[in-house]
Write a protein of this length. Structure first.
Length: 211
């Protein structure tokens, strides 16, 4: 005679629900893995202007007019340094350029070993620019946005950073004697770093508020 066993019935029901839950959980994990793979592929194929220590720079552009591109600048993503085409200004000479660089967006520009001595670069946007070893002697960079610029080993003697937004930029081994930092907007941590530079003169120290 068949007898109804409630415990057996409920055990089977619980097992049934467990199997359903396991199948749904496996499906969710598969979807998650697909999504992660998609995001990883997107990150690798997206253009990124960030250049970290030890990373090799892209080959020098063969465009014969690449130096003139600075007179147009970037047209997209000025704040974060995103570009559709690299702005390669390496080794270009803009000495005493007084008209064509003012107010331009040079976000994420490759500027290492370029010469901007005596140039008027007021109100430029240089977010995430790479200016290692570049020369800015006597350059007017007042009212500019110099956000996360790498000025390592750059010559900035007599450059004007007056009324500048100077955030997250690095000046390791840069020459800063005679640089004007009047009314420069700079964060406390960035200030501590730049004040370690021994080439800043007394006026620069006072304007920055170094202690």
């Amino acid at each position: 005679m068949f007898r109804y066993n409630s415990s057996f019935f409920y055990s089977n029901q619980i097992l049934h629900y467990f199997i359903l839950f396991k199948l749904k959980w496996d499906s969710l994990k598969q979807l998650r893995n697909v999504a992660c793979g998609f995001l990883a592929a997107w990150a690798l194929t997206s253009v990124s202007p960030v250049i970290v220590a030890g990373q090799r720079l892209p080959p020098l552009s063969t465009d014969p007019d690449r130096c003139e591109q600075a007179f147009v600048g970037n047209t997209i993503g000025q704040a974060n340094g995103v570009y559709d085409k690299p702005l390669d200004l390496r080794f270009c000479d803009y000495t005493n350029e007084k008209n064509n660089l003012k107010g331009k967006s040079l976000a994420a520009a490759l500027m290492s070993d370029a010469i901007f001595d005596g140039a008027d670069m007021t109100e430029v946007i240089m977010s995430k620019a790479y200016a290692v070893g570049a020369s800015f002697k006597g350059t007017d960079l007042s009212n500019a946005v110099l956000d996360r610029v790498n000025f390592e080993k750059a010559n900035l003697q007599g450059a004007s950073f007056k009324n500048n937004v100077l955030s997250g930029s690095t000046f390791n081994d840069a020459q800063l004697d005679g640089a004007d930092f009047e009314d420069t907007i700079i964060g406390y941590i960035d200030l501590q770093k730049i004040c370690l530079n021994k080439t800043i003169n007394e006026e620069g120290i006072v304007n920055l508020g170094c202690r």
